[in-house]
Structure formats: structure tokens, C-alpha cells
Ligand binder design. Structure first.
Ligand SMILES: O=P(O)(O)OC[C@H]1O[C@@](CO)(OP(=O)(O)O)[C@@H](O)[C@@H]1O
Length: 448
């Protein structure tokens, strides 16, 4: 191979170089990619040049700071991107990083050529991802998010912030050189036009790049909610048995009857689609919901294999080694003949992809499956996600926003047993170690 060596699959490193004017959703897209890849256990990190610029002395700059003729400011901005790229290179080396995302405008060809050269010298695959947008409504929505969320405009009057930000965009427009097939035909790039109205894909080199492309093609930024609920309390829940396909208990049936009212209070007249698993307890829970319903096998509960139908106590007695191994590494532990949390995440990938494409969806499913879906939206680390408490008889509303997901919990106030087993607790009566760290990440309380 020549000077520009392509790294082998084992040590594949990709740099996603964002391109686009301010307020084109670049940070939103960058963070979504990081969350998606991290959820799939692919090491990814975003390097936001704006934060570097704020750290080196330009925390609340006016629009003039972004004038390309302002030499002093230009030097500070070049410093910020150099530091971001240096940290990214260090991260590939020290932390075995796989996908680094350089979140900046990178609007000029000279900047992009510089990044390209650095990537090639370090055997990193560069992939340019441009968000090009002329949909005024979308731009205004982004501007409104920036003025309320960006540290650049902290404490600034919203009207002043908007007008300053529009001027800033104008400075970039003067120098902007979008990606195009005449100049950039040899580059690996994806150009998103108005998010994913039109997508131009050029010279994709690796499978991982194609997955990133497929993911961003499914994104949309229209406002929407996602509702999550476990099924109502089941007969097996009451008997403390795991798995199975039992019906709802009388209290579970009460939850099913109340669910339409809870959803209506939260969703108003919005037209939802309900997704359930193929198991009886989720379908019974959704039976009174007046919306279109779809069943997904991929939403079935984590398969407990030979332990299906047993209580945790029986498992501890009959398979003590397995019981211990699961406590030690719950994410990776696979029940004999069954599944691990990692297995569940893999089978949920199409669900996540479809969720990204859709608008208002209500998912009625199971404890382990909900933990995995919740972990994706809330960026919960793998070692914590299997220990989150997702209480019965509670509706969770997620609202994906540009800078993270907002959560609201709506309790049905119908009592239910707790199906939560804390890390390190023996079901035979003896507490093995302190489990408080893993207490309810969602509620701040003990598990239900
Ligand atoms: O991974 P853990 O914490 O065991 O939780 C998963 C378990 O949750 C349960 C309840 O204990 O889910 P579900 O209520 O959907 O039936 C079991 O069926 C399942 O095995």
C-alpha cells in the first residue's frame, strides 16, 4: 500500500468530520451518533470545537468574533480546532477510540484539507458528514434551541441572542464551501439535505461507515414523544417467577384499564401507535388503548433459558455459580440456553432504528427490554443499565431534544409487587455487598 494506508478492520479508526453552517443540527447529529454507537459497544466520542474555544478565552463572543477577516479571533478559533484534534488523536491512541466526531462548522476547503491530511498521516479513515439545510422552519427551531441551550448565550436576552446568532451565521455564509461531487469526488462523504429529505453518499469504505450512514438517514428532528411502560403486574410477578407467558394479576388488569386515561392525559389528541411484545401480559395491558397496535417479537422479555419460570431464590439454590456470575457482570451474563443484556441490545437495534424514523410511539414491554431502550435514549452506561429500576404501573414519557432527552414519569397509583433484585443481594437472606450505588437511577428511590 502507498502512503495513505487504510487501517485493517481490527484497528479501524474513523473520524467523522461534521460540515455545515451554524444551526444546522450538527451537534444534535454528533451526539446521536455517539449515543447509538456507545449503546452498541463501539467506542465513540464527540469533540466539540465550540467548548475548546470557550475554554481558551472566547466564552461569550459577539458575531464579529466569527468574521473571517478578524485575524486575532481567527487565530483563537484555529487554536481551538487544533486542540480538539490533538485530544482526539490522543484518545484514539490512549483509549483505543474507534469513532471520533469532530463537531465544528468546517465550512472551508482549506480547513477540511488540513483535517484530511492529519487523518491520513495517522491511518484514520476520514468521513465528512455535511448537514445542508434551507428549510427555514427547521433553521428557526434550531436557532431557538441554541439561544436557550448554548453556553455562548447564557444570560443573554433571547431577542439579542437571536439577532447576534443570525449575524454569526451570515459571517460563515460568506466563506462556506459546501461539499460537492465536482471538488470532493474522492472523499468519503455523506451530505444530508434538510436532515434526510435527500441524502448524497459518496465513496463509503467500510461496514461501520455504512452503519453510520444508515443511522443518520433514519434520523428526524420533528418534535415528538416516546412513551414507555412495563406491562401491568403479572401472575408470575406476584409469584416472584421470572420469564414465562402468564396473564395479568387483578391489579395488573386495573393498570390496563387505567392506561388509556394516563396516556390521554399525557398525549392529548395525538395519534399514537402502540408497540407490544408477542407475550400475553403486554397485549392484555394494551387491550383498551384506542390506537393502532403492532406486535414485535424483538420486544419479548430477555430469555432466561433454563431458569425460565423459576424464582431468583430457586436459581440461587439450583445454579449458585450462575447466580453469582450474573451479579458480577449482569450485562454480559447469558442464561444457559437463553440471553444476556448484550443479546437483547443487538436484537433491539431494528426497534431503535424504527423508533428514530417514527413520531409518537407508545411501547408496552418488559423490564429488561425497557432498561435497554431507556439506556439508549438516556445514555446510561452498560454496567449500570441492567440494574436500573423500571417500576411497574408507571408510564414514562421521553422527549428527545437537541441537547438530550427529557423524562417525565406518570404513576398510576395502583399498587404492585417489586420485581427488583439489587446487585449483590442473596435471595437466601444474606446481603453480599453494598448495593446502594445501583439504586433506582430513574426515581432516586428503591426499586419497585
Ligand atoms: O434482568 P433482571 O433484573 O432479572 O430482570 C428481568 C426479569 O424481569 C421480569 C420480572 O421479574 O420481567 P417481566 O415483569 O416483564 O416478566 C422477568 O420476567 C425477567 O426475567
Amino acid at each position: 500500500m502507498g502512503v495513505y494506508t487504510v487501517s485493517s478492520v481490527e484497528n479501524l479508526r474513523i473520524c467523522v468530520v461534521m460540515v455545515g453552517l451554524p444551526a444546522r443540527g450538527k451537534s444534535f447529529i454528533s451526539q446521536k451518533i455517539v449515543r447509538y454507537l456507545s449503546w452498541l459497544s463501539i467506542k465513540a466520542k464527540c469533540f466539540n470545537v465550540g467548548s475548546y474555544r470557550r475554554q481558551i478565552g472566547a466564552a461569550h463572543p459577539s458575531a464579529d468574533f466569527f468574521d473571517f477577516k478578524n485575524e486575532e479571533a481567527f487565530r483563537i478559533r484555529e487554536n481551538a480546532v487544533t486542540q480538539a484534534v490533538e485530544d482526539m488523536m490522543k484518545w484514539y491512541e490512549d483509549d483505543n477510540g474507534v469513532v471520533g466526531i469532530l463537531d465544528a462548522t468546517n465550512t472551508t476547503r482549506s480547513r477540511r484539507d488540513w483535517i484530511l491530511k492529519l487523518c491520513r498521516e495517522n491511518a484514520i479513515e476520514p468521513m465528512f458528514l455535511e448537514s445542508w439545510c434551507d428549510d427555514q422552519e427547521m433553521i428557526l427551531r434550531n436557532i431557538s434551541d441554541v439561544k436557550t441551550c448554548s453556553p455562548d448565550y447564557e444570560g443573554v436576552d433571547p431577542e439579542k441572542a437571536t439577532s447576534d446568532f443570525l449575524q454569526r451565521i451570515g459571517k460563515y455564509e460568506k466563506v462556506y464551501q459546501p461539499l460537492d461531487l465536482d471538488h470532493d469526488k474522492n472523499l468519503t462523504f455523506v451530505k444530508l439535505v434538510n436532515v434526510a429529505q435527500e441524502v448524497i453518499v459518496n465513496q463509503i469504505q467500510t461496514y461501520l461507515e455504512s452503519r453510520i450512514v444508515f443511522y443518520v438517514m433514519n434520523l428526524h428532528i420533528r418534535p415528538r414523544f416516546i412513551w414507555l411502560s412495563r406491562h401491568g403486574e403479572s401472575i408470575y410477578n406476584v409469584e416472584k417467577k421470572i420469564g414465562g407467558d402468564s396473564s395479568l394479576s387483578p391489579r395488573g388488569m386495573q393498570y390496563a384499564a387505567k392506561l388509556p386515561e394516563l396516556v390521554r392525559e399525557s398525549a392529548g389528541d395525538a395519534d399514537l401507535t402502540v408497540w407490544t411484545s408477542t407475550l400475553c401480559r403486554t397485549q392484555q395491558s394494551a387491550q383498551y388503548l384506542p390506537y393502532k397496535q403492532l406486535q414485535w417479537k424483538a420486544l419479548d422479555e430477555l430469555d432466561a433459558g433454563v431458569c425460565d419460570g423459576m424464582t431468583y431464590e430457586e436459581i440461587e439454590e439450583k445454579y449458585p455459580e450462575d447466580f453469582k456470575a450474573r451479579d458480577e457482570d449482569k450485562y454480559e451474563y447469558r442464561y444457559p440456553g437463553g440471553e444476556s443484556y448484550r443479546d437483547v441490545v443487538i436484537r433491539l437495534e431494528p426497534i431503535i432504528m424504527e423508533l428514530e424514523r417514527q413520531e409518537n410511539i407508545l411501547i408496552v414491554t418488559h423490564q429488561a427490554v425497557l432498561r435497554c431502550i431507556y439506556a439508549y435514549f438516556m445514555n446510561v452506561p452498560q454496567e449500570e443499565s441492567p440494574w436500573m429500576s423500571i417500576p411497574l404501573h408507571t408510564l414514562i414519557r421521553l422527549e428527545p431534544r437537541a441537547y438530550g432527552t427529557e423524562v417525565k414519569r406518570i404513576k398510576a397509583n395502583i399498587p404492585a409487587v417489586s420485581t427488583y433484585k439489587e446487585k449483590g443481594t442473596s435471595q437466601l437472606g444474606e446481603s453480599v455487598n453494598d448495593a446502594t450505588k445501583y439504586r433506582n437511577l430513574l426515581t432516586g428511590e428503591g426499586g419497585n
